[in-house]
Design a protein around this ligand. Sequence first.
Ligand SMILES: Nc1ncnc2c1ncn2[C@@H]1O[C@H](COP(=O)(O)OP(=O)(O)OP(=O)(O)O)[C@@H](O)[C@H]1O
Length: 662
Amino acid sequence: MEAISAVLPGLAASATGDPESMSIFPGGMFIGSMMASVGVDPSVLVKIGVTLTIIASVFGFLSNAWEGIIQISKFFSDNLVSSATIRSTDEAYVYVMRWLYNHKVSTDSRLFGVTCRKNQMNPNYRQHTRWYGWDPVDETEADGIGLMDDDLGPKLKYTAAPGFYHFFYKRRLVLMQRKLKDDYYGFEEPEVDLTLFTFGRSPLTLRTILEEARREYLLEQNSSTLIHTTVATYPPTWSLGHPRPSRALDSVIMKESDKEKLLKDMREYLKPSAKKWYHKHGLPYRRGYLFFGLPGAGKTSLTLALASELSLPIYCLSLASSTMADDVLLGLFATLPKRCIVLLEDIDSAGIDRQSMSGVGLYTAMASKNDEDDEDEDEDEIRKREEKKKLAALKQGSTVSLSGLLNAIDGISSHEGRILIMTTNYRELLDKALIRPGRVDMEIKFGNADIEILEGLFKAVYSDDGDLPDFIRGSEKMTKEERKLKHDEKLEKLAQEFGARVPSDKFTPAEVQGYLLSHKSDPEDALDCLDDWLKSKLDEIDLLRESEKKAKERLERATEKKIRELQKKKRDRIKEERKEKEEEEKEEKEKKEKKEKEEKEKEEKEKKEKEEKEKEGKENEAKPEEKNKMVNGTSGKLTNGITEKEKADGSETPNGTADVAS
Ligand SMILES: Nc1ncnc2c1ncn2[C@@H]1O[C@H](COP(=O)(O)OP(=O)(O)OP(=O)(O)O)[C@@H](O)[C@H]1O
């Protein structure tokens, strides 16, 4: 209070409690006396007022200072700091994340999020956390995707939390901010903005980091195949899955001529000059392939091997997914990179055909398609439709229509430069429009293993890659070259024996490979046990064939029955229609006859009347006086207002003049 009195004597006076001294502000004296009369010290009021004034002044000062700090930091960020922002939706984000991991950035971060892999709601989540390196154990994961569980269950995974981090790059301080755009814990994919800052106006350091990240990532990917799948967001978007190790083309055993033809065609298409050529000839720059045939015959394997061979990423689409729809498909095709392989697997299972509006529509439409429509189909159509019905029942609810798919594949707005590979186990069920030349430029059939494939599979499994246990006696004493020669010779012989003993075109390559892998360290053992395997397999095949035959017969009987019913209905309907037609004709005839009769009667009547009139006219001509008499006696008036009688009498006309002539 002393301090206040020193600065503001008036206030100090009022703070003494004297009501008169409160006259320094309007009404102060009155309030002072009122407070004094009720026994309250008026100086309290002054103290409160002074305190509030001081607080307001301090607050005002601080807010101005904060504004100043913001302005200063803005000045710094505008003029003295370089920054680069990368969205998590961009592939560059993965480059940077991988770089941060490789360079062990932030492994000692005190800020981290924790997740349990098994609880992850969104598979895409992995993409955002995978390369962080907060958990170096990730590097030794067995499955290459998440953490290996221990005996108790899933382990915890540590991820970067939102916030600021720092690290040094070539002795320069780099700040990093990770900002989540959406609800981090929500169902939706959290979108992340990653911003890197360096001090100084030159963006060179950041550019170097980004370029290094890109190079490292892409070089790393050369030894693997990038596979993009769709994520079930709304609308679905492409998401980069885990890179798959490259698959050598040699590891896919198929007719060499087919393989060579295919590879040559694709290489030709991917030549830099090809695009110009297509455009010059007025052709859209697109190429499509259909791999069809038995399951487990190598369709997917070949696609992976081709992608590795041609260094192309794969964009894998499932049309049977419930989130798939025409517009979604169009959007996904529109966001494909310039050069890639689009893989539409099991295209038949989407149940798309011309008649359907959608995949679901197909099944419903088929199930409810009324018999009237069926009558217009031939028997083959019905059989085909029954098959489709079975397949469509398996699908999960895509709403992709044939026109939507065709539009995405090669509509006006469709993407150019991609290679489309469609796979199916049932080529015969595909709509012809989908596989017509132009959409599908080459077809490769995959069947059971023939002798060439059997031998090839054997050699592929037991090829000498240096790791295999030795199966050549006395090889320890041989040089590397001698050993290789001996190995190849022996392998050739064993493979020929294998090819000769396994019946051709009975087993899929997957089945054969499965058997060989169960004896992967000993090819001779594989041959020793071959008979048992063949016997069990052939018995199995016989049993399978038997049950398949029965199922087929049942289906055929049911289909025949349906066809008979339909044919009967058709016959009945034709009869019915014929009867209806006859009745209609009869009715028509009756109507016509009636009309004719009426017209005849009318004509006769008119004729009769005419005759009567004529007769009457003749009679009148024959008796003129009589007629005149009759006329005078009745109507009597002629023109000019003079009656015949007046004329005869010579009397005056009504206007007073005499008719001299008469
Ligand atoms: N021709 C082949 N050469 C080498 N391996 C093969 C071949 N065919 C099948 N396999 C092996 O069999 C397994 C299944 O093959 P893949 O998935 O390529 O068959 P698919 O024809 O695509 O089957 P589906 O039609 O069921 O998708 C893979 O492990 C693959 O390595």
